[in-house]
Design a protein around this ligand. Sequence first.
Ligand code: 13P
Ligand code: ZN
Ligand code: NA
Length: 281
Amino acid sequence: PLVSGRDLLEHAKQNHYAVGAFNFTNMENLQAIIAAAEELNAPVIIQITEKSIAYAGLGYLHALGKFAAETARVPVVLHLDHGKEWSTVIHCIRNGWTSVMIDASKKPFEQNVALTQKVVEVARPVKVAVESELGFIGGKEGDITPEGDIYTDVEQAVEFARRTGTDALAIAVGTAHGIYKGEVRIDFNRIKEIKERTAMPLVLHGSSGVPDEMIRQAVEAGINKVNFDTEIKLAHLAALKNFLQEHPGEYDLRKMNEPGRQAMKEKVKEKIRLLSSEGQN
Ligand code: 13P
Ligand code: ZN
Ligand code: NA
């Protein structure tokens, strides 16, 4: 069933596990994610970005996501990932999303606080969870975020949490979006400190390419939501490419997407197992 993002994050926090959050852009992605969660009896978060909205249209994504969540045998949260536009965030809150991210992390601290506060004000009465971001999580080119003051500052995180009332906080601790060129280094102590001081659900972004053991350690340190996108898409792509190599004459899109969907499901299961969310239904 479709559940409140606030309830699920709270459950994860109380029970010291992390919920897997997987991005979808089409039906096959969604079916793979839901099937994986059902097979492992795990709650799951399905999420879309503004780029996916530009690609598929919010109406299609909403219809797909809502159907998937409502018919699933496990708790499912429908989440907006990296919402930057106020209009998108508000639209999702008013139209059945049970969780939204307002990402104003590129704005100066005070503006980030103000915008996040405004979103919380609208979301709170309707029980929609609000995730926000503090610090800079790199990516795009697959470079590792350089160390320095772009990591989430502990004192700032405490102030940010207190002033905004945000339900979950995405923190910059060394991960970056996409696949890494070099070695990944995660500041686990920073996660622990922020957790101790804020006692709130924390979110890890850019989790593709992070070694399994590090994901486990991050969850142990206090992460309650882990975002995976690139790796699950690459699993689909590899299976699709492989199929086309073996069947160069095939033109039925269903036949080539079937192994892709299967491969993505297996990858999602692999990730869910790392988060201790298996059986938390
Ligand atoms: P990856 O693409 O590195 O998995 O990052 C996903 C993410 O953070 C989505 O918000
Ligand atoms: Zn992200
Ligand atoms: Na990554």
